[in-house]
Design a protein around this ligand. Structure first.
Ligand code: NDP
Length: 251
């Protein structure tokens, strides 16, 4: 059965791979962007683009900054008008701003939390109303192996990603009886712009400690997300699904 899916930060990287995987299986898919459209999705269709919204490469792009509650609300309203109520939410938008604890400013900590954790809360809250009405919904939060494993220089990022586990598990306890599931996908290192910024010697070091011996491709994360959103995963909720080549085993 085709569903309406919203992927935040779906204009590139892991989010775009997730969006394309849903579109490939026939779902109606919206992705958020912050003004640049959806570069990897192909050409915009004629007439698209009004107010930052439009169809592009089989995806419906909508402008949204997850740090702004009004922007989140407006994006959902636009998607609802175009594709129907959001049945599957993938909270994927995220940033890093790494530095050692002693050097991390309050602003650096708060900004990462506001995007990665509070941004996901804003989207989940907005999505929940319609999911409750429909008595069906899937929320998938893109966390990171770093959330439970920790990472030097990543106090802000790890805190935000660990927080998503509490969010998903609390939503599970609140809404589980209404056929709404909330799960976390925790990728290890994935080949995207985010990891392209890492120095090559650091990447070599990371590969040595990853049992799989390599970074993941974005579509390997997407496969776990589409599976969690499917009818076959209806009894899985509050779970943390690692997609990390074995890096975080036991965490
Ligand atoms: P990218 O840096 O490639 O993409 C990040 C996405 O998030 C972009 O679409 C970006 O939009 C969007 N975004 C950032 N801030 C906001 C905001 N305030 N409002 C709306 N959208 C925003 O990252 P990845 O694809 O690598 O990562 C996607 C998710 O996966 C993130 O949550 C990340 O933490 C997580 N992850 C990534 C891993 C990796 O190794 N790459 C490993 C584990 C987890 P814009 O294009 O406008 O900047």
């Amino acid at each position: 059965m085709a569903r309406t899916v919203l992927v935040t930060g779906g204009n590139r990287g892991i989010g775009l791979a997730i969006a394309q995987a849903f579109a490939k299986q026939g779902d109606r898919v919206a992705v958020t962007h912050r003004g640049g459209g959806v570069p990897g999705a192909g050409a915009a269709e004629p007439g698209s683009g009004a107010g930052g919204a439009g169809h592009q490469g089989g995806l419906f792009g909508v402008r949204c900054d997850v740090t702004d509650p009004d922007s989140v609300d407006a994006a959902f309203t636009t998607v609802e008008a175009e594709l129907g109520p959001v049945e599957v939410l993938v909270a994927n938008a995220g940033i890093t701003d790494d530095t050692l604890l002693m050097r991390m400013s309050e602003e650096q900590f708060t900004r990462v939390l506001d995007t990665n954790l509070t941004g996901a809360f804003r989207c989940a809250k907005r999505a929940s109303t319609k999911m409750l009405r429909a008595r069906w919904g899937r929320m998938i939060f893109i966390s990171s192996v770093v959330g439970l494993y920790g990472g030097p220089g990543q106090v802000n990022y790890a805190a935000s990603k660990a927080g998503l586990v509490g969010v998903a598990r609390s939503i599970t306890r609140e809404l589980g009886s209404r056929n709404i599931t909330a799960n976390v996908v925790a990728p290890g290192y994935v080949e995207t712009d985010m990891t392209a910024a890492l120095p090559e010697d650091r990447k070599t070091e990371y590969r040595k400690v990853i049992p799989a011996g390599r970074f993941a491709q974005p579509d390997e994360v997407a496969a776990a997300v589409t599976w969690l959103a499917g009818d076959g995963a209806g009894y899985i909720s509050g779970a943390v699904i690692p997609v990390d080549g074995g890096l975080g085993m036991g965490h």
